[in-house]
Ligand binder design. Structure first.
Ligand SMILES: Cc1cc2nc3c(=O)[nH]c(=O)nc-3n(C[C@H](O)[C@H](O)[C@H](O)COP(=O)(O)O)c2cc1C
Length: 393
């Protein structure tokens, strides 16, 4: 109990906001592992642009509106959550921080916000269903019809509630930063990687060896309904990008998945319309945190136009959202909820479930203050009249 108290006090001194967790873990992690999380594609322009695009939107508050009844309650796909933000799917999280998938999921469940498990995770769907019954699942789906049916069955049988299809990875992107730092998938124990690991004994013992003791050789557990290739196996190079995947295959998933079906990685109004036409329940407007097409627009630049094409679909957004004000900006532009990735993984890496719970509570606190200062009682009240946009560079 005393230990937890000291930990909370230390956190309160060092992590005032979500971005601070990046600073806290930067030196703890091997350069290659940190680079894998932090980095983007090509020159990393989209990562920077995501933050700039959000910063370029200024807010116009309304005063004297009685903001004493503030609540962040948000209903998504028929379920009511305590805040409008969601833990984004992140592959290989539990290689970055010890048991990070479970740490993030436990904290999300306790805080009553959604958690999304990645197909590329080493934590199996069935294990996650015990940690967070009804958690969301993000698939990298093969176009094979039998594979689609089996995957839908596996996710439903386990008891996860939502099938999110990631649609912006027809091929793996060009991650030069991974080449520079020595991160590879499948994992290759090059001399450089070994030296990097040896220089970070805390990660080597506390994450790598501990994971191996607990799980054996880590395996990518959810890209295929039946097989679980090890992170060292050549098989996993081919599992995420499916260049032949098309709207026809997405329609096939819609037919076999009875729960909420969401397409993640939409950036054009045309694709939002097509998602609606195949019967999707929602979309995530996302440039994958700047990790796919490096010159892609930032979600906040296209959200309004996409909202107009989305009809009754739930519109979520992600990529670069860090502050309470960012969430309000996204919602004012038409999003129903916001996914956040890297900061929650950094928090899990720094201090497991308690640090993620702390990160969630900091963001909720910030959002509460920002709602009052903007002059709204709910995040859903934020609208276009609260925003002024400058051109972004
Ligand atoms: C380490 C890492 C792994 C990711 N893995 C996946 C994945 O397996 N599936 C997916 O749809 N998105 C994946 N993403 C993208 C996130 O779901 C999300 O779109 C992005 O991180 C949001 O941007 P943010 O990190 O700036 O908040 C990953 C992101 C990171 C940082």
């Amino acid at each position: 109990m005393r230990k937890r108290h000291t930990f909370s006090k230390r956190l309160a001194r060092t992590a005032l906001n979500l971005e601070d967790f990046e600073t806290l873990v930067r030196r703890r992690l091997p350069r290659s592992v940190f680079g894998y999380v932090e980095g983007g594609a090509d020159d990393g322009d989209a990562v920077t642009h995501n933050r700039n695009a959000l910063r370029a939107i200024r807010m116009i508050p309304n005063v004297l509106g009685d903001v004493s009844q503030r609540t962040q309650q948000t209903t998504l796909f028929g379920q009511t959550f305590s805040a409008p933000f969601i833990v984004a799917p992140m592959g290989a999280s539990s290689i970055v921080g010890y048991d990070a998938d479970n740490a993030m999921a436990h904290a999300a469940r306790r805080a009553n916000i959604p958690f999304t498990l990645s197909a590329n995770s080493i934590t199996p769907i069935e294990e996650m269903a015990k940690t967070y019954p009804g958690a969301w699942f993000a698939a990298y789906q093969s176009p094979d019809h039998q594979n689609i049916q089996d995957m839908c069955l596996r996710v439903a049988d386990a008891g996860l509630s939502l099938y999110m299809l990631t649609v912006d990875v027809p091929v793996a992107s060009n991650r030069e930063n991974n080449v520079r730092t020595g991160y590879t998938m499948p994992f290759q124990l090059s001399q450089r990687l070994c030296l990097d690991v040896l220089r970070h004994p805390r990660w080597a013992l506390g994450t790598m060896l501990r994971t191996m003791r607990h799980r054996g050789i880590p395996r990518i557990s959810n890209v295929d309904p039946n097989s679980r290739p090890s992170i060292f196996s050549k098989e996993i190079g081919a599992v995420t990008g499916h260049a032949a995947f098309s709207w026809r295959h997405a329609e096939h998933i819609r037919k076999h998945w009875k729960g909420p079906f969401v397409l993640k990685g939409i950036l054009s109004p045309r694709d939002a319309r097509l998602a609606r036409e195949i019967g999707a329940d929602g979309i995530v407007v996302s440039n994958h945190g700047g990790r796919q097409l490096d010159s892609a627009v930032s979600p906040v630049e296209v959200l309004e136009a996409i909202r107009d094409e989305s009809g009754f679909m739930t519109v979520l957004a992600d990529s670069g959202f860090r502050r309470g004000t960012d969430i309000l900006k996204g919602m004012a532009l038409g999003a129903d909820g916001i996914l956040i990735g890297r900061p929650f993984l950094y928090a899990a890496t720094f201090g497991g479930q308690n640090a993620v719970a702390y990160a969630i509570s900091r963001l909720k606190r910030e959002l509460d203050i920002d709602m009052a200062l903007l002059g709204v009682n709910t995040p859903q009240e934020a609208n276009i009249s609260h925003l002024l946009r400058y051109l972004t560079a």
